[in-house]
Design a binder for this molecule. Structure first.
Ligand SMILES: NC(=O)c1ccc[n+]([C@@H]2O[C@H](COP(=O)([O-])OP(=O)(O)OC[C@H]3O[C@@H](n4cnc5c(N)ncnc54)[C@H](OP(=O)(O)O)[C@@H]3O)[C@@H](O)[C@H]2O)c1
Length: 184
């Protein structure tokens, strides 16, 4: 079965975007001369699983940013919503997280980059995430779309590494322990 891996930037107060999806605060902190490990992480995965919200944001960028296959999870989009030039790079799925990971496993995917707040939350709840690399951006935005959400049991994490950068970004990697925490 494919394993899920998270690599995401978050404001210090825990948001991945403003309420309307704006990530201006994130883009202005991007420093081209700092290597935060994104390229190495991307090289380590077979493809991406992203939510419809993240897909729609990425479609607003000038260029398609991914060089690996992308599965967009959506129960509302249809193939007609995928721009023609992306048809061989993007596919839609409405499978439940566990079913999707089994399907991708059969296709030979070993590691998937799981991205998008709601999708990350549902994969965490389903126990499908192996590790999380969280890059804290030194800014408070007060409100927005949260990275984490409700859980029906604790998720125990093992801290692996923290790196800080001259820009003020702080990146920490955690492994999800095999055995979960207290069940509610
Ligand atoms: N800070 C960062 O590094 C970072 C990274 C990624 C994204 N973002 C930002 O986050 C925003 C999007 O995040 P988001 O939390 O709104 O959305 P998301 O997780 O990207 O997408 C959520 C949508 O995915 C669909 N979906 C289908 N199956 C699902 C499942 N099992 N679990 C959850 N969702 C499922 C649903 O759309 P349907 O109604 O179509 O079914 C749902 O509304 C964007 O603004 C993006 O720019 C920031």
């Amino acid at each position: 079965m494919t394993t899920g891996h998270i690599f995401i930037a978050v404001s210090l107060d825990g948001f991945i975007a403003r309420q309307d999806g704006d990530i201006d605060w994130l883009m202005k902190q991007q420093t081209a001369d700092e290597d935060h490990g994104y390229d190495a992480f991307m090289a380590s995965v077979d493809g991406l699983i992203i939510g419809r919200g993240s897909f729609e944001k990425v479609l607003s960028f000038d260029d398609w940013p991914y060089h690996k296959p992308v599965v967009v999870l959506s129960r509302t989009l249809s193939d007609a919503d995928i721009p023609g030039e992306l048809r061989n790079k993007v596919r839609l799925s409405s499978l439940e997280p566990g079913e999707l990971m089994r399907e991708l496993g059969h296709e030979g995917w070993q590691r998937a980059y799981v991205d998008g707040g709601k999708v990350i939350q549902s994969f965490l709840r389903a126990g499908l995430i192996s590790d999380i690399t969280l890059t804290h951006i030194p800014i408070l935005i007060g409100q927005g779309l949260p990275l984490f959400g409700g859980l029906d049991r604790d998720v125990d994490l093992e801290h692996r590494e923290t790196r800080s950068f001259p820009s003020g970004l702080v990146s920490s990697t955690y492994r999800i322990r095999e055995t979960g925490g207290q069940t509610r």
